[in-house]
Design a protein around this ligand. Structure first.
Ligand code: GLN
Length: 312
């Protein structure tokens, strides 16, 4: 088999960062799935649908907070930015992902990337045409990932762990109900939030999902519109300013691209008009972002000149 220069570059780059040992695994993930710390993967997908992977690109892990991006896009396409904006702001909170970051008085979460905003987002999405809310959220992620190998499925072990350990998220849901940001029983809302977070993906899936966002909301392989252009623009803007939580400012200086991380070790990065990138490695830094995943992204974006301020 011919090894392309890009494949060779990606595998050398991964071997360079492989010895990094910093970071700790999310405790809930550690107990639930005992992740293999040697697993390391990267996939790049171009906006014309070509995929380039290195490492364990078929290894499955839970999408976790990266699901928030797709639920937010669905809520925006359902209700429009004005209605969604009444319940969830679009300002960086500078807070950790699980902070009780609600505006005083209104209870409006600062943005949809932190847990409070993501739970509020789920509350805004309703069943439609006989399809329930969770199936609609799963379907939007499937449509974005289509064209990459494998089907997205909910990992019941992860869901069980999220459910029994999710006291803070459950409390956030009830707090959101008290402010009428959530207008229904908070328990099914927080359940659907746990379930969306428990969807298993590979870096090949994440990268295709990112490429859909890079391609103005149109899946590069199927040609199907997953999100409108306006929705995609807003989703990317919010990822850019809030996707990496309290590390968002440093990420912007360092990487300069919209991104979203998840506590199981995935990171999804979008290079608008060009590429989607998915990376995976379980150990996390103090902000909940994959250490080796971020290192891989740093190397690739530097070497390929992808930082937004480097565009010529
Ligand atoms: N399910 C996790 C939680 O709600 C998701 C957090 C994350 O990935 N940052 O705490």
């Amino acid at each position: 088999m011919m090894i392309s220069p890009l494949h060779r570059y990606l595998s050398e780059m991964l071997e360079n960062i492989r010895p990094m040992t910093a970071g700790t695994v999310n405790p809930v993930t550690e107990t639930a799935t005992k992740p293999d710390l040697s697993k390391l993967a990267i996939t790049l997908t171009t906006v014309n649908g070509f995929q380039y992977s290195s490492g364990d690109a078929d290894h499955r892990f839970a999408i976790q907070s990266i699901a928030k991006v797709f639920a937010y896009g669905l809520a925006l396409d359902d209700l429009g930015p004005t209605e969604v904006g009444k319940k969830i702001d679009v300002e960086p909170s500078g807070d950790p992902f699980n902070e009780i970051s609600l505006q005083s008085g209104s209870g409006r979460p600062a943005n949809p990337m932190i847990n409070a905003g993501a739970i509020a987002t789920v509350g805004l999405i309703k069943g439609r045409g006989g399809v329930d809310r969770l199936s609609r959220i799963s379907r939007i992620m499937d449509l974005a990932a289509e064209g990459s190998p494998g089907e997205l499925e909910i990992n019941r072990t992860v869901y069980h762990a999220e459910n029994i350990n999710g006291h803070r998220n459950r409390a956030l849901a009830w707090l959101l109900r008290s402010f009428e940001i959530i207008d229904s029983d908070p328990e099914p809302v927080v359940q659907d939030y746990f379930l969306e977070c428990s969807t298993d993906v590979t870096t090949e899936n994440l990268s295709m999902m990112a490429a859909t966002l890079a391609n103005k909301g149109v899946n590069p392989v199927t040609g199907r519109e997953v999100f409108s252009e306006e929705t995609t623009r807003q989703v990317l803007a919010v990822m850019m300013t809030c996707g990496m939580y309290d590390a968002a400012g440093n990420w912007m200086i360092d990487i300069g691209l919209p991104a979203k991380s998840g506590v199981d070790g995935g990171i999804m990065v979008v290079v608008p008009g060009q590429l989607g990138i998915g990376v995976y490695s379980a150990p996390l830094d103090s902000h909940g972002n994959s250490v080796r995943g971020a290192a891989a992204i740093r190397r690739v974006t530097r070497d390929l000149g992808l930082h937004y301020a480097d565009a010529s």
